[in-house]
Design a protein around this ligand. Structure first.
Ligand SMILES: NC(=O)c1ccc[n+]([C@@H]2O[C@H](COP(=O)([O-])OP(=O)(O)OC[C@H]3O[C@@H](n4cnc5c(N)ncnc54)[C@H](O)[C@@H]3O)[C@@H](O)[C@H]2O)c1
Length: 257
């Protein structure tokens, strides 16, 4: 098949949880630019509407919806609305994240609240959409993980800043990479499940931190939104038809040392 046809997402229906956030915006944009109808969903409907409006101005097919992945009823009703309108869901990008825990010694309630979204909520959303994908005999899931699901943080990069990397993040991002493999083998051959482990995105962090981070990266800089678009469309499309259970690392070489 023609290579551009392999990469095309024409006619596909995609859901991006947390799709108006920093990373989610690039995931949503990439899927829509490749031809999919993209549903951007999070708890913050206003933010989703603003992002959807911005992408529609570029001629992309994008819809905003409200969704709380921790609420089984919310996810289930939401799936019902998607299926009654579009008849199917082809791509689920598990991107939403909640980061209530700030430090190693934050209150344990913050750990629990993190797990409720990042672990239980992600599982709930995945299970509900997989049931629909199994009915279709077809589906594609992309989990967004992080370099901190693969390696421990180099805490020296936070020296001289008030930034930190809390422990819950390593726990759920590491789990997500192996949960990807579990889903891939469990739901093959109908559903493909892959993961993207991303390095830090530049978002106007303190200069001292950015300089330390950049020194640590073989490619010499933090990620920008466009850096992940190719990986997203590759995994979402037939260009990766024989790829499942994979962890695609997009980190400028951070984990290659
Ligand atoms: N920003 C980075 O540098 C970076 C690096 C590596 C990986 N990642 C990963 O990228 C993904 C997105 O991170 P981000 O930095 O863009 O975060 P963000 O805070 O900008 O966006 C997170 C989104 O998740 C949504 N969300 C939170 N709780 C929700 C819930 N209960 N139901 C539905 N939506 C909910 C929020 O409304 C928000 O839109 C995460 O999985 C994160 O681990 C980010």
């Amino acid at each position: 098949m023609d290579i551009w046809k392999l990469f095309s997402l024409d006619g596909k229906v995609a859901l991006v949880t947390g799709g108006a956030g920093l990373v989610g915006s690039s995931v949503s944009e990439a899927l829509a630019e490749a031809g999919a109808v993209v549903i951007i969903a999070s708890r913050d409907i206003k933010k989703c509407q603003a992002k959807a409006g911005e992408l529609r101005k570029q001629g992309l097919r994008v819809r905003a919806e409200q969704l709380d992945i921790t609420d089984e009823r919310s996810v289930s009703d939401f799936k019902g609305r998607i299926v009654s309108e579009w008849g199917r869901i082809d791509i689920l990008a598990n991107n939403a994240v909640s980061r209530p825990m700030k430090r190693f010694d934050s209150p344990i309630e913050d750990w629990e609240s993190s797990m409720k979204v990042n672990s239980t909520g992600l599982f709930l959303c995945t299970r509900i959409f997989i049931s629909q994908m199994m009915k279709q005999n077809q589906g594609n899931i992309i989990n967004i993980s992080s370099i901190y699901g693969m390696v421990g943080p180099d805490f020296r990069i936070y020296d001289g800043t008030d930034m930190d990397m809390p422990p819950d993040y390593a726990f759920h991002k590491g789990g997500l990479i192996n949960f990807t493999r579990y889903l891939a083998t469990r739901f093959a051959p109908h559903i493909r499940v892959n993961c993207i482990s991303l390095g830090g995105l530049f978002a106007d962090q303190p200069t001292k931190f950015v300089e330390s981070y950049n020194r640590r990266v073989p490619l010499g800089r933090m990620a920008k939104g466009d850096d992940l678009k190719g990986a997203v469309v590759f995994l979402a499309s037939d260009a990766s038809a024989y790829v499942t259970g994979h962890n695609l690392v997009v980190d400028g070489g951070w984990t290659a040392w």
